[in-house]
Design a protein around this ligand. Structure first.
Ligand SMILES: [Fe+2]
Length: 295
């Protein structure tokens, strides 16, 4: 396992960024990030300047994601690999560096239609992360913000991009019949010790929203329970109740955001070892739980 990159941030575009403030702040327990400029709201789950960048616009979806290379050599190696794989790579502008609060940035388009920004030197926040709602904090050291799962018709192209272009390794994959006649295919990819930083679900056609969910992992299992209680007390839809995934072992639940994508709050995900010899097929999403509970 090469520890080359971590999920630095996720960029989301919604008509009104402030509409997500109660959701991220009060329900999930994130903290506001460093100021993001006019019409931009930022959020963080650790000591970095920002982990979510929410801008105003019509997409109602994730529009970019940042991957932080662990050092300059890793940054340059990713660039070489992307170009060898035939990807068009553009250098970030000074405005990009300012808005993303990074020292270096290059951008390429993923096959699933979300810009991928490889960055280095993501700035720290001006204050330590301390959330009364998440007293144990989030697990991000050496593994980044969390993970993101996209649904796409460009499933095989996405695989080639992640493995051949960005240098991810496939952790394992899920193939099951979700309901009679409807198959679910998901592939999970790592770039550090987190079981997956990106996963791709096969879609029969491009969906209006590519981002299925993103996940944040708590240090303390009880903080998942406290978040569950907070979410339960709201009108938010709970896409999947508490459960434990079969492949990454994550104890988690999924709440649907006001923008439609989901957020998974989890604890205790499986750690990737080096070498990774367990890339295999799973036939069920969860060992237990994760039932749809509240619409
Ligand atoms: Fe997940």
């Amino acid at each position: 396992m090469n520890h080359d990159m971590e999920l630095a941030y996720l960029g989301i575009e919604v008509p009104d960024p402030s509409s997500l403030t109660p959701f991220f702040g009060t329900a999930i327990g994130l903290l506001p990030g460093e100021p993001g400029g006019a019409g931009v709201a930022t959020w963080r789950n650790d000591d970095k300047a920002h982990r979510l960048i929410v801008r105003s616009g019509p997409a109602n979806d994730a529009v970019f994601l940042g991957l932080e290379a662990v050092d300059d050599d890793a940054f340059d190696a990713v660039r070489d690999r992307l170009e060898r794989a035939g990807c068009t790579v553009n250098d970030g502008t000074p405005d990009d560096l300012d808005s993303r609060r990074v020292r270096r940035l290059m951008r390429t388009m993923s096959p699933w239609g979300v810009d991928v920004e490889v960055v280095s030197g993501l700035q720290g926040a001006t204050t330590p992360f301390a959330s009364a709602l998440m007293p144990g904090g989030f697990l991000t050291t050496d593994v980044g913000f969390g993970h993101a799962v996209f649904a796409t018709a460009a499933f095989d192209e996405g695989h080639d991009f992640l493995v051949g272009g960005l240098g991810f390794e496939q952790s394992d994959f899920l193939e099951m019949e979700l309901v009679p006649g409807l198959d679910l295919d998901v592939r999970f990819y790592h770039c550090n010790a987190r079981h997956h930083t990106i996963a791709l679900a096969k879609a029969p056609f491009e969906l209006p929203q590519r981002l299925h969910h993103f996940m944040v992992e708590t240090n303390d299992r009880d903080d998942v329970g406290a978040a569950w209680d907070r979410v339960w007390a709201t009108d938010l839809a709970i896409a999947n109740g508490l459960g434990r995934h079969d492949n990454d072992g994550m104890f988690s639940f999924y709440v649907t955001s006001p923008a439609g994508f989901q957020v998974e709050v989890g604890h205790g995900g499986r750690v990737i070892t080096d070498p990774w010899l367990d890339n295999r097929r799973y036939e069920r999403i969860s060992a237990w739980g994760h039932q749809p509970v509240k619409r």
